[in-house]
Write a protein that binds this ligand. Structure first.
Ligand code: AMP
Ligand code: TRP
Length: 333
């Protein structure tokens, strides 16, 4: 059975892009594979956080993922910092990763340009991520388009370690990018991806916990163009309509031709927006209800997360010990 590893940060509001680009695919494939899904709280510390809020959001995301269909009996769901091998693996991999590889990462360049003081952790972020993946010898890493470069870096780091220390020590992971929903754009600004850091801005994102009224309002405000043609298109002027159609396609699983057929009677973009809002609302209603139930039973949530951490550590801890030994460290007797 193929082994799958993926991660998601507990900060900011999980939104429709995260769901369609990542979580939905994790859920749909979970019976066919051996899955590890990690709430990457250590990654969140690479930019300043409010401690109380981070703690709340970490547990809230766990509830959200279970509500969205991650079944703790089929998948190992855990919090990254509960398994110390992740931080240790990062250090060991730091010592085979050239600095120049990290300075070239586009996410680092974007994020660091927006900050006055850049933390070392932000530069090192992709090495921590490489460790997440490599410690589990994952074959597949399902992520949205924006994380492809980081998974490719994890491959490079694995190859380098294998070359320097021991052939075939690490499995070389594959990024798995969904065909539909890989890049959901901001509703207010359809040439930029929908982003957690902008999710509080009115009309930018659909957050998974938004009430139906709010979802409808966000779609109604979505930026489109002055035309009326409802077609998939790569024309930047049509990015808004293309994004709405892409969301509809990812939610319904229909082909492009079927999507267009569903809107053949539409009298303009207004009907398109309402139609897309409706399928999104129907998809999110049961998720929101299950989330609320899970958040009312914190002891059960903690129990599930403790079990997940134990299962994850059973794989990651021996692997990190093998790394240490291979690199010449003395293991404790
Ligand atoms: P993050 O929000 O950075 O923790 O991302 C969690 C997962 O959601 C990753 O697999 C991302 O690639 C994916 N993702 C984030 N934003 C989008 C988006 N706008 N469209 C599609 N996938 C996304
Ligand atoms: N960097 C990823 C993101 O922001 C999250 C992540 C951390 C991850 N570790 C991972 C994704 C390992 C896949 C595999 O989306």
């Amino acid at each position: 059975m193929k082994r799958v590893f993926s991660g998601i940060q507990p900060t900011g509001n999980i939104h429709l892009g995260n769901y369609l680009g990542a979580v939905k695919n994790w859920v749909e494939k979970q019976a066919e594979k051996e899955n590890f899904f990690c709430i990457v709280d250590l990654h969140s510390l690479t930019v300043p956080q409010n401690p109380e809020q981070l703690r709340f959001e970490t547990r809230s995301l766990a509830a959200m993922l279970i509500a969205a269909g991650i079944d703790p009996d089929k998948s190992t769901l855990f919090i990254q910092s509960h398994v110390p091998a992740h931080a240790e693996g990062c250090w060991l991999l730091n010592c085979v990763t050239p600095l120049g590889w990290l300075q070239r990462m586009t996410q680092y360049k974007d994020k660091s340009a927006k900050q006055e003081s850049v933390l070392t952790g932000l530069l090192d972020y992709p090495v921590l991520m490489a460790g997440d993946i490599l410690l589990y010898d994952a074959d597949e890493v399902p992520v949205g388009e924006d994380q492809k470069q980081h998974v490719e870096l994890a491959r490079d780091i694995a190859q380098r370690f294998n070359h320097v220390y021991e052939e075939e020590f690490f499995v070389i992971p594959q990024p798995i990018i969904p065909q539909a929903g890989a890049r959901v754009m901001g509703l207010d600004e359809p040439t930029n991806k929908m982003s957690k850091s902008l999710a509080e801005k009115r009309g930018h994102a659909v957050r998974l916990l938004d009430e139906p009224k709010e979802i409808l309002r966000s779609f109604k405000r979505a930026v489109t163009d002055s035309g009326r043609e409802i077609q998939f298109s790569t024309d930047p002027d049509k990015a808004g309509v293309n994004n709405l159609l892409g969301i509809y396609k990812a939610v319904t699983g229909k082909s492009e031709a079927e999507v267009i057929a569903d809107f053949s009677e539409a009298r303009g973009y207004g009907d398109l927006k309402v139609g897309v809002a409706q399928v999104v609302i129907d998809m999110l209603n049961p998720i929101r209800e299950r989330y609320q139930m899970l958040m009312q039973d914190p002891a059960e949530l903690d129990r599930l997360l403790a079990r997940g951490a134990q299962q994850a550590a059973a794989v990651a801890a021996p692997k990190v010990d093998q790394m240490k030994h291979t690199m010449g460290l003395v293991l404790p007797a």
